[in-house]
Structure formats: structure tokens, C-alpha cells
Write a protein that binds this ligand. Structure first.
Ligand code: C2E
Ligand code: CA
Ligand code: CA
Ligand code: CA
Length: 277
């Protein structure tokens, strides 16, 4: 029986494609890294495109493995999403970002806005709104200073419950941004129903603002759409002055990108804030 079992295990092993094995291995390492507190957040400034004033920051998840390599979130978040690991990680992100927000407020950066990314499964959790309330209370931060970045995918197949949940979240004072707008299966009617505060223009449209008439047309359309719906628009991935000027001309109000600042770990971000404020 032992032989047989071993034989089956080997067969199973060989059936697993190499890519599946790499993914399982990465997931195991991510789970261990999360337990060992090897994840951290980096904060990237969000600014007023006209004045350059810092309005807030987006918290971005970072994973540095023991040998010092950085695993990009685009690689491990989709994986964590499938395994449900994004729920505990997401709650940790929320609490860590709220604590950082409190520290900034205590250092005189009042009215600072902290944006966090919320995954699809985290948003769909029945207790999500309660978790938000608890984190805000525990960290003593003003709900008006917290923003959630959601992608259009949260609404797929759940439009009514998504509308309700966003309503409940906004009723608490928290603002909501539609992230990566224009890259998914966006529907204008869905955007209108979801009733968010801010529209984030995806980097892919921003990058071609000066190079390519077709895609810069998309950025312009999204900005016009935002204005039509009474939303503030924020462009992500703004890398140079030409893009900033062009976006401003198109009517975009806010920006985020290497032109204004790279994502920085908490202490570096605090030091940076002290130089710009
Ligand atoms: P995103 O939400 O679209 O975040 C913006 C990405 O653009 C970030 O990549 C940021 O570092 C990068 N970026 C910012 N400015 C520039 C620029 O000027 N030029 C270029 N080339 N890139 C710029 P990052 O940090 O690698 O994050 C990738 C994605 O991972 C995020 O895309 C987001 O979808 C996801 N993510 C990050 N943190 C979290 C998190 O805490 N929770 C969840 N659920 N997802 C997260
Ligand atoms: Ca985001
Ligand atoms: Ca984005
Ligand atoms: Ca993006």
C-alpha cells in the first residue's frame, strides 16, 4: 500500500504543471511572510495638480523576502485573492494604514487623506463594514480621511449589494474611489449606480497622454465623464511635467506618480512630508 501511495503521489506531482507548483510555493511563502510580519506598506503622495499641494497618499503593499528580493503585488495579490488570504492581509493593510494616518495627523498633517486598496473578496465579506468601523475607532482616525480604492470587478454579478455596501461605507464618512477606471469591463451605467467620490484614471491611459492621440482621447473622455457625474478625477502614473500640464488642460484635478513622489515606507514618507509641508 505504501508503494502504491508513493506511486500515486509521484504521479500527482508530475501532473501538477510547473507553473502551478511555483504558485503553490509562492502562496506558502506569502502565508509565512505574513505571519512573520515581513509585509509592509509604502505610501505614495496624491497631489493637487494645480498647486502641487499634497492631499494624501495611497498605501501600497510590499513584500520583501528574506534574501532581499521584492515580490511585486501584481504577482502575489491575485494569488492571495484565490486562497482567501487577502481578507486577513487586507485587514492588516487597513489597520496599518489607519495607524500611519493617525501618526501623520498627530504630526500636524491635518486633513490628510489615506487611500487603501480593497480586494474583491475583502469587499464582499459580510463583516467588512463592521471591520472598517472597528479599525477607525481603534486607531482614532476621522472616517472622512480614509478612502477605499475599488475596481469595477467588485460589482460584477453583485450590482445591488455593491451599491448598498458603498452607500453604507459613504454614510460612515469614508470616501470611495473607482480604481483603474477604463481597463475592465466598465459600464457607464454601473459607474453611475455605484455613486463613488473619485475616479482614478489608469496609468496606461496617462502614459500615452502626449504620445498617442487615441489613448490620450480615452483619458480626456474619462475626465469629461467624471465631471459630468460630479466626480473628482485623479490620474495615476504621472511621470513628467508634460503629462501633468496636459492632464490639467483636460480638466483633471489630482495626480499621483513618480513626478510627485515614489511610494515610500512609513518613516521615509513621514520625513518626506516634513519637507513639503
Ligand atoms: P494600483 O492600485 O493601480 O497602484 C498603482 C501602481 O502604479 C503601483 O504599483 C505604483 O507603485 C505604480 N506607480 C505609481 N506611480 C507610478 C509612475 O509614475 N510610473 C509607474 N510606472 N508606476 C507607478 P504597485 O505598488 O506595484 O502595485 C500594483 C498593484 O497591486 C496595485 O495597482 C494594486 O492593484 C495592487 N495592490 C497594491 N497594494 C495593495 C493592497 O494593499 N491591497 C490590494 N488588494 N491590492 C494592492
Ligand atoms: Ca490603487
Ligand atoms: Ca490604480
Ligand atoms: Ca493601475
Amino acid at each position: 500500500a505504501k508503494m502504491l501511495q508513493r506511486g500515486r503521489a509521484t504521479l500527482f506531482d508530475e501532473d501538477l504543471s510547473a507553473s502551478a507548483r511555483v504558485r503553490i510555493n509562492l502562496l506558502t511563502r506569502l502565508r509565512a511572510a505574513f505571519c512573520a510580519e515581513q509585509l509592509f506598506l509604502a505610501y505614495q503622495p496624491q497631489v493637487d495638480l494645480v498647486t502641487g499641494r499634497v492631499l494624501g497618499a495611497e498605501a501600497l503593499l510590499r513584500w520583501e523576502t528574506e534574501d532581499g528580493t521584492m515580490v511585486p503585488p501584481d504577482e502575489f495579490i491575485p494569488l492571495a485573492e484565490q486562497s482567501g488570504l487577502t481578507v486577513p492581509i487586507g485587514e492588516w493593510v487597513l489597520r496599518t494604514a489607519c495607524r500611519q494616518l493617525k501618526r501623520l495627523t498627530d504630526r500636524g498633517h491635518t486633513g490628510f487623506r489615506m487611500a487603501i486598496n480593497v480586494s474583491h473578496t475583502q469587499f464582499r465579506e459580510p463583516g467588512f463594514v463592521a471591520v472598517l468601523g472597528q479599525a477607525l475607532q481603534d486607531c482614532q482616525v476621522n472616517p472622512k480621511q480614509l478612502e477605499l480604492e475599488l475596481t469595477e470587478s467588485v460589482a460584477i454579478g453583485h450590482i445591488d449589494s455593491t451599491v448598498e455596501k458603498i452607500q453604507a461605507i459613504r454614510a460612515m464618512g469614508i470616501t470611495v474611489a473607482m480604481d483603474d477606471f477604463g481597463t475592465g469591463y466598465s459600464s457607464l451605467s454601473v459607474l453611475k449606480q455605484l455613486n463613488v467620490d473619485r475616479l482614478k484614471i489608469d496609468r496606461s491611459f496617462v502614459q500615452e497622454v502626449q504620445e498617442n492621440a487615441d489613448t490620450s482621447g480615452i483619458a480626456e473622455l474619462v475626465i469629461a465623464l467624471g465631471r459630468q457625474l460630479g466626480l473628482v478625477t485623479i490620474a495615476e502614473g504621472v511621470e513628467d511635467e508634460g503629462q501633468r500640464r496636459q492632464l490639467l488642460e483636460m480638466g483633471c484635478q489630482e495626480g499621483q506618480g513618480y513626478l510627485f513622489g515614489h511610494p515610500m515606507p512609513g518613516p521615509a514618507f513621514e520625513a518626506w512630508m516634513a519637507t513639503v509641508a
